[in-house]
Ligand binder design. Structure first.
Ligand code: 9D3
Length: 247
């Protein structure tokens, strides 16, 4: 998978992606990442990337041509069949795990447009972008963090990025439930003790307890996640048990 980010702050993107899981995936050449600065594709003396909006009003708008030329160069840098250009914007479709997981199947070059100022010239969106994605209904200052979120979330889904253990975990818990609670040493704190069952060594009982906790916390904290989820008879029973224990 190759990612390109079109951004006025290319160093911010390259820096942030160099850490942790994404950094390792780049080192291991499972993914590659390039950042392209529209300012490098300007032709005027002042290297102008933005201008005042026609019709007046506050703020500035990113000009079509530097963005279009940055995308053109990003596209021609890779010999890929399935390219997708995504504009990160407050007007986009709100991203979720399912949408991001489709990318891993249908795209081999993902070009992410990170805007700044009030946005980009509408003709760029209409003629060059395939999709428009939002992070949710709140306002941030530009698309770079959105691009980084997409890169991180998609990279985690690719083969050989996570260790065996984390991959297995991802498989069993990408089932739309919150995670069960985790504990580590020490066994006893003034703030509370580790639940007895986790110390029992009885793996079947531990598994059952964890599933019950996962269902219970999802019900308590994110009941919306259960609305469209079909529970098995066993899961339903575990959730009823949890509710009776009124935690
Ligand atoms: C006052 C009108 N604002 C639109 C809601 C202007 C405006 C605010 C912030 C225009 C652009 C931006 C920059 N935002 C992003 O680039 C952005 C974003 C966001 O603000 N919210 C959720 N997802 C995203 S993805 C990119």
């Amino acid at each position: 998978m190759h990612f390109d980010v079109i951004s006025l702050f290319p160093e911010m993107v390259m820096q942030a992606a160099s850490y942790g899981v994404t950094g390792k995936a780049i080192e291991k050449k499972i993914v590659s990442l390039s950042a392209w600065n529209p300012r490098d594709y300007t032709t005027d003396k002042h290297r102008t990337v933005d201008a005042k909006p026609y019709g007046g009003g506050p703020g500035m708008v990113m000009k079509y041509q530097p963005l279009a030329d940055a995308v053109k160069n990003a596209k021609s840098s890779q010999d890929c069949k399935n390219k997708k250009v995504v504009y990160l914007s407050p007007q986009g479709k709100v991203i979720n795990q399912h949408l991001l997981s489709t990318i891993k199947h249908d795209t081999d070059q993902l070009i992410l447009i990170a805007g700044r100022y009030e946005g980009v010239d509408e003709r760029f969106i209409e003629t060059i972008c395939d999709e428009e994605w939002s992070l949710g209904d709140y306002v941030i200052s530009g698309g770079e963090l959105g691009a980084l979120i997409v890169i991180d979330a998609v990279t985690r889904l690719l083969p050989d990025v996570l260790g065996d253990e984390d991959s297995a975990k991802q498989d069993s818990y990408s089932d739309g439930l919150l995670e069960f609670p985790h504990y580590t040493r020490p066994e006893k704190l003034d703030q509370g003790n580790v639940p007895e069952i986790l110390l029992s060594g009885n793996h079947a009982k531990i598994e059952r307890w964890r599933t019950k906790q996962a269902l219970g916390r999802t019900w308590k904290k994110r009941s919306d996640l259960l609305e469209h989820k079909k529970l098995t008879a066993i899961e339903h029973g575990l959730l009823e048990e949890f509710k009776l224990e009124v935690q």
